[in-house]
Ligand binder design. Structure first.
Ligand code: UD1
Ligand code: MG
Length: 434
């Protein structure tokens, strides 16, 4: 693989999303869309990876650095078009030797192989200046159109708004990915003008400029699913659906059973193991790892949790961030667990809230048990020793420790620590009032 620099344009306002959030931070399967590109380019080991952002886009910077802390940033002061965005990155390109691959932050699914193909097409002839990634979408809508010449080379890209009826008939469209021969960028960018419908400096005009300079430009083709752009909420939903399809196939590929795959939602980083069984209508959010033989029953919502081997979760269970279930745990219906460790073989079968707790192995939590972990100001911890039995409808007022093997009678409100092996009841004696 030859040297190259990746340049991701992410400074646009994304007005068509109608959002307070910068477009490239909208998530697909729980990951900001721009980070799919950051991860993909990083895999190809670029000389440098630069993202162009607008002033004040600190949240975009933070999100990108969380994915890869080596990314450099260029600030585009005013959003005057994709060509202007590249101009604003020229100083960051100084000192690099390879060709430059420009990617748009709103095209998250480009594959590394495609970038490799574009770079080798660029290298295939000394006279090549630019390689553009084209595709033939089912609905060409407002994509720029690729105008090819009789030699099968790319002559120009015409933006939809500037195109006449004949050009709009062209089905081959611009995906936005462009590889430019090293060293040519500054010279070509100097000639950009904003005499077009949008009064913007279009990166796409570089193709006509390079042709006029006597260079050749080429188009490499890709499938629509790979290069789709996200400009609207509808396209965001379409991208989510494509990504979920990939994640479901990957889960089944490692040996999970999904009875109704189209009703199960994963996060981009979900870890699934073989012989996991996932029933219909399950949502798995960020940061979840599921070990072998786990069964997730319907209508469960899981996020930031680690689930040990052969555990059963749900139906109707909610696991929130910081939950760690050891092996053979059983979490039943209408149980919510937050930031808690549940020991091997423990059971929380029905209607409970367990938060900020540590449970040893083989603990049995009766129906309706609540850890009262919050006094309105601070959170407190509950610790339950192995083999303890907590009767139904118990309130455990934290901070509190229940010793190993202790038994708590139904309906208790536990406000003091309970010793190992102790049996405690604290409900009022039942009286008959006549
Ligand atoms: C662009 C292409 C079009 C192509 C389409 C593919 C141009 C002129 N047009 O149109 O040919 O078919 O993508 O989706 O390039 N950006 C900046 N600074 C700016 C403007 C944009 O950084 O001043 C960034 C945006 O954040 C975005 C990307 O560049 O990530 C593309 O901009 P966008 O406005 O979405 O371009 P399109 O109109 O979709
Ligand atoms: Mg776009």
């Amino acid at each position: 693989m030859s040297k190259f620099t990746g340049l991701i344009l992410a400074a646009g306002n994304g007005t068509r999303m109608r959002s307070g959030l910068p477009k490239v931070l909208h998530e697909i399967a729980g990951r900001p869309m721009v980070n799919y590109l950051v991860a993909m380019v990083s895999r190809l080991k670029p000389e440098r990876l630069i993202a162009v952002i607008a002033p004040g886009m600190n949240d975009v910077k933070t999100a990108i650095l969380a994915e890869n802390d080596k990314v450099k940033f260029a600030i585009q002061k005013q959003q005057r078009g994709t060509g202007d965005a590249v101009i604003s990155a020229l100083s960051q390109l100084k000192g690099t030797e390879g060709d430059v691959v420009v990617l748009y932050g709103d095209h998250p699914f480009i594959s590394p192989e495609t970038i490799e193909n574009m770079l080798s097409a660029l290298k295939s002839n000394e006279n090549n200046a630019i390689v553009v990634l084209g595709f033939t979408p089912a609905d060409p809508a407002e994509y720029g159109r690729l105008v090819m010449n009789s030699r099968g080379e790319l002559e120009a890209i015409v933006e939809y708004k500037d195109a006449d009826a004949d050009i709009r008939e062209i089905s081959l469209c611009n995906s936005g990915v462009m590889a430019v021969r090293h060293g040519l960028l500054p010279k070509l960018l100097k000639q950009l003008k904003n005499s077009n419908a949008n009064r913007e400096f279009y990166l796409t005009d570089l193709v006509a400029i390079a042709n006029a300079e006597g260079f050749a430009c080429l188009a490499v083709r890709a499938e629509e699913e790979e290069v789709m752009g996200i400009n609207s909420r509808a396209q965001l939903a379409a991208a989510e659906s494509i990504m979920q399809g990939k994640l479901r196939r990957a889960a089944m590929g490692v040996g999970a059973t999904l009875f109704a795959p189209e009703t199960v939602f994963f996060s981009w980083d979900t870890i699934i193991s073989k012989d996991t069984v996932i029933h219909p209508f399950v949502v798995i959010g960020k940061g979840t790892a599921i070990d072998e033989g786990v069964e997730i029953r319907s209508f469960s919502h899981i996020e930031g949790a680690r689930i040990g081997k052969n555990s059963i979760v749900g139906p109707f269970a909610r696991l929130r961030p910081g939950v760690h279930l050891a092996d053979d745990v059983h979490i039943g219906n209408f149980v919510e667990i937050k930031k808690s460790k549940i020991g091997k073989g423990s059971q929380i079968g029905h209607l409970s809230y367990i938060g900020d707790a540590t449970l040893g192995s083989d603990v049995n939590i009766g129906a309706g048990t609540i850890t009262c972990n919050y006094d309105g100001k601070k959170k407190y911890e509950t610790n339950i020793g192995k083999g303890a039995f907590i009767g139904s409808n118990t309130s455990l007022v934290a901070p509190v420790k229940i010793g190993e093997g202790a038994v708590i009678g139904a309906g208790a409100t536990i406000v003091k620590d309970v010793k190992k092996g102790a049996k405690v009841v604290n409900v009022m004696p039942q009286k008959e009032l006549g």
